[in-house]
Design a protein around this ligand. Structure first.
Ligand code: WT7
Length: 656
């Protein structure tokens, strides 16, 4: 066998399969025939999904793709997203149903919000925003903690047809200012602060600073609406700042909503691109809401009558938009929403919440799962999580060990794990197992969901055969797809539609296994080329994490004079492994060689205490590449903890 063939064969070493539980399969929302139905007539299938929503005016055409890549879905249809998420459920008699079990970080600081209460709050906020000058089409920036008012504000904006742009509360004032400027938001909604890790964490000062930064470029924020959450001291600008309790609380709960065109902008969500300037991903109303509702119902098998759904994502990210707010509410779900960190005041906090509210469907990210793995099985074992029936993962490829741990330690070895692939741009899950259909393979996102057409192609854009790798593309438009980049149609075309004409290029590497199932290999910029062989950082990380002493690993491709690139690994050992023993590096290199092939052996392995992560939990490989290539370390401002790089740098100096 050639070295490359051997490597490829070893990449498919994962043999474990997890069949759907029989009862779930029998009663699943999506069954195997959905694939056939969607393939037979894709647009008719989507049209059927659109009937999940309440339309004021029905569409005339399902899809207008006459001017690609600019799609229009449910053309001519009119609807209101907030009406669909709230009012119609109240009108249908579900007003007393809990929309959110909200859990603040301080213990016993909880609040249940019914659909009827949510409707009143949204109407009041819509009236107050109107008073503050917000009109249909105006952009409103939201910089908030995970509190009910954040959802209320988003829905109030949607109700008014004023696109919101939620900026994650962990972003800096600079980042907030650039987003406010880019989409020209005049009103900002924020709070004094929120609770994180047992203490109040301020937000308003960053808004003050962002307004000052924006002012310098001639951009005036006219109103800042402030929720009092922590009661901490904040500066106040009288002519600009307004307390939520002064204007929203006394406002009328009567608000007549208007119905907007299906393609009316719903929100802009910024995400980083390959250049410094963040991209403003534009999502519109009809198609987005159809996509969020359909996937939330189908991929998680949501039964609104009995399920309690919890997506742990922050609302500042697209996952929070689609699976904390729009999908669950459109489906009349009962959800949990939690303000704080998983370890406050103790490392079992999440599982305590799962037990207390009887969570049945749980959706989180691999980085969190690996953290819990590191903390040990005994923590989740203390809680009764027997109601859980579906687990989800999103954000990065989930390594098989983490997948299996998640299924066992959290899901009692009973729950299917849906590894859901999607992006800020896609608005909705596109590739995922179906919990009642798919025999899951740990580490694989499996297949495009019914209605979605994806493929893996080579450099020439040709579909690769099973057993080979390439680039992930979408071959047909889907309802929740981004419509453009805010104010930059050209960048939209260049970024996503120019690499492979007629196809959406996701920027991810992927492979099809012998069964044709899809394995994501990370961003193509994280795929390295070693002696002409393509290797994924993810695959090597996965191999490292499968070693019993390793808790977490990050691998980068560093420039190498001999091989082009060489893998360099940074690993965090499990607490139980102590310092790993003196031969830990050799042991791990050999382990990788055994798991994947000699070619994947890291050139260098550094044992570290922490990895540099963004506030959303993504490892910043760029910084590790700087370390591995002995360069000056680049911009660390988006790190959750910027001191991590100092520690790694010192470790590096000590070991060389
Ligand atoms: C990128 C999108 C929308 C989810 C939150 C992240 C990676 C996401 C998976 C998965 C492998 C995944 C991809 C994608 N990614 N989910 N299940 N398996 N990779 O949204 O910040 O827009 O990032 O996250 O690389 O392109 P995002």
């Amino acid at each position: 066998m050639s070295e490359q063939a051997e490597t490829l064969a070893n990449l498919s070493y994962e043999e474990r399969r997890f069949e759907p539980p029989a009862d779930l399969a029998a009663d699943a929302n999506l069954k195997a025939d959905a694939y056939e139905e969607a393939a037979a007539d894709r647009l008719a299938y989507w049209e059927k999904q659109a009937d999940r929503l309440d339309w004021d005016t029905r569409w005339e055409r399902v899809l207008d793709w006459d001017d690609p890549p600019f799609a229009k879905w449910f053309v001519g249809g009119k609807l209101n997203a907030a009406y669909n998420c709230v009012d119609r459920h109240v009108e249908a008699g579900a007003g007393d149903k809990v929309a959110f079990h909200w859990v603040g970080e301080p213990e016993d600081d909880t609040r249940d919000l019914t659909y009827a209460q949510l409707k009143d709050e949204v109407c009041k906020a819509a009236n107050a925003l109107t008073e503050l000058g917000v009109r249909t089409g105006d952009r409103v920036a939201i910089y908030m903690p995970m509190i009910p008012e954040t959802v209320v504000t988003m829905l109030a904006c949607a109700r008014l047809g004023a696109p919101h742009t939620v900026v994650f509360g962990g972003f800096s004032a600079e980042a907030l200012a650039s987003r406010i400027e880019d989409c020209d938001a005049r009103v900002v909604v924020t709070s004094d602060g929120g609770y994180r890790r047992g203490a109040p964490s301020a937000l308003k000062p960053a808004v003050d600073e962002a307004c000052a930064i924006a002012e310098k470029t001639g951009h005036t924020v006219t109103k800042v609406l402030v929720v009092r959450r922590t009661g901490q001291d904040i500066d106040w600008t009288d002519e600009r700042d307004v307390w939520w309790h002064d204007v929203v609380d006394p406002a009328s709960t009567e608000h007549q909503c208007e119905f907007f065109d299906s393609e009316h902008p719903l929100y802009v969500m910024y995400t980083s691109g390959t250049t410094g300037k963040p991209k403003g991903i534009l999502h519109t109303t009809g198609g987005y809401l159809v996509g969020a509702a359909y996937t939330h119902w189908g991929v998680f098998d949501l039964k609104p009558e009995t399920d309690v759904f919890w997506c742990t994502a922050d609302i500042g990210w697209v996952t929070g938009h689609s699976y904390v707010v729009y999908g669950p509410l459109a489906n009349q779900a009962t959800s949990v929403m939690y303000e704080g960190t998983p370890d406050s005041p103790h490392k079992g906090r999440w599982w305590e919440i799962v037990e207390k509210y009887g969570v049945t469907i749980f959706y989180t990210a691999p980085t969190a799962i690996r953290t819990f793995m590191k903390w040990g099985d005994d923590i989740p074992a203390k809680f009764d999580m027997s109601k859980l029936r579906v687990l989800g993962s999103v954000g990065e490829p989930i390594n098989p060990e983490a997948y299996v741990w998640y299924r066992k330690a959290i899901g009692g070895d009973r729950t299917p794990v849906v590894d859901t692939w999607w992006q800020t741009e896609t608005g909705m899950i596109l590739i995922s197992p179906l919990p009642g259909v798919t025999a899951g393979k740990p580490g694989s996102a499996m297949t495009p969901i019914p209605g979605v057409v994806a493929d893996v192609v080579n450099d020439e854009g040709q579909s690769v055969p099973d057993g080979s790798g390439g680039y992930l593309v979408l071959k047909e438009p889907w309802p929740a797809m981004l419509r453009t980049l805010w104010g930059d149609d050209q960048r939209f075309k260049d970024t996503y539609w120019s690499r492979f004409p007629g196809m959406y290029f996701a920027g991810d590497g992927a492979k099809k296994d012998e069964d044709g199932d899809i394995w994501l290999l990370g961003r193509v910029d994280d795929v390295m080329n070693v002696s002409g062989h393509r290797l994924s950082t993810t695959e090597i990380e996965s191999a490292l994490v499968s070693h019993p002493k390793v808790a977490e690993a990050a691998v980068v491709g560093a420039t190498d004079p001999m091989t082009g690139q060489a893998p360099c690994a940074f690993v965090i050992l499990r607490e139980s492994a102590g310092d790993g023993g003196e031969d830990i590096v050799a042991e791990l290199r050999n382990h990788v060689a055994k798991e994947i092939g000699a070619i994947a052996k890291p050139r260098q392995i550094m044992v570290v205490a922490e990895l540099p992560k963004t506030r959303s939990g993504k490892i910043m490989r760029r910084l590790l590449r700087d370390v591995a290539e002995k360069r000056e370390i680049g911009d660390v401002t988006t790190l959750a903890d910027s001191t991590v790089m100092d520690l790694i740098g010192q470790g590096m100096a000590a070991s060389s």
